[in-house]
Design a protein around this ligand. Structure first.
Ligand code: FPP
Length: 250
């Protein structure tokens, strides 16, 4: 793995431009250690930082992480509050991203978040807007179907106002009205042994490669990410077309 870490080009490894991660398994990680679930989320948020740094180091351009879904409000209030507090803590410490040349962006229905968090998000996005390294999209109160409904409403409004003709609506029209301004994810990772997308980037993942692992998120290491990326390199992405077989020597 060392060669890949230090010099992906020499190792002939293609690093995915955009990786999506469903940070799953925090609760089970805590349970295994007889700790409260909140301890799992603390460990999960620390690991997010480790993995984001690693992505930045190896040249990933975009990392989208699922931090809180539109369905997660159903969890006990103490757990929801705990996750919001982790978010506050992370946002207050700008060394987490500013000093590392990482651009921070948030996606999801942010208007219902506590006001202080919305303010912290605004500040973090502004403070990191000049960063040229990795862009992290953190999905908070995010639901993929909800995102599509938002886009549809915007399109409907534009049609109603006369700014858009129905005949001009294409897939790009929808893509351009989703939350993030970046290419679709090449690679989606879900640790913790679940094999579901759980409403994470359903439109954008139409041609994404998926990678699953039994490792629980707080234990998912940079080495695990490197292994996943090496696996990604063995996939033959055809986007619905036909691709010629690779030469034996390649
Ligand atoms: C899923 O694991 C995880 C979540 C719903 C929350 C993820 C949140 C974080 C990693 C912290 C976010 C904060 C920052 C600063 C990134 P689970 O609780 O469903 O695990 P389980 O399936 O084992 O119960």
């Amino acid at each position: 793995m060392a060669l890949f870490n230090k010099n992906a080009e020499t190792a002939n490894v293609v690093v995915p431009t955009h990786i999506g991660i469903i940070m799953d398994g925090n609760g089970r990680w805590a349970k295994k250690r007889m700790l409260p679930r909140s301890a799992g989320h603390v460990a999960g948020s620390e690991n997010f930082k480790t993995i984001a740094r690693h992505c930045n180091k190896i040249g990933v351009k975009y990392l989208t992480v699922y931090a809180f879904s539109t369905e997660n409000w159903k969890r006990p209030k103490a757990e929801v509050d705990g996750i919001m507090n982790l978010l506050r803590k992370y946002l207050k410490d700008s060394t987490n991203f500013k000093a590392e040349n990482i651009k921070l962006r948030f996606i999801g229905e942010l208007s219902v978040l506590p006001e202080d968090i919305r303010e912290l998000i605004k500040t973090a996005e502004a403070e990191s807007s000049e960063a040229t390294g990795l862009t992290v999209y953190m999905a908070v109160n995010y639901g993929g179907r909800d995102e599509i409904v938002h886009a549809v409403k915007r399109i409907a409004e534009e049609v109603r106002s006369g700014a858009l003709n129905i005949e001009e609506i294409t897939e790009e029209t929808v893509s351009e009205r989703l939350y993030a301004d970046c290419p679709d994810p090449d690679f989606i990772i879900r640790p913790s042994g679940e094999y579901r997308l759980s409403n994470f980037l359903p439109w954008q993942s139409a041609y994404s490669e998926f990678w699953y692992s039994d490792v629980l998120w707080p234990d998912f290491s940079p080495d695990d990410l490197d292994k996943a990326i090496l696996d990604f390199n063995k996939r033959n992405r055809r986007f619905g077309g036909v691709k010629e077989e690779k030469e034996e020597s390649e």
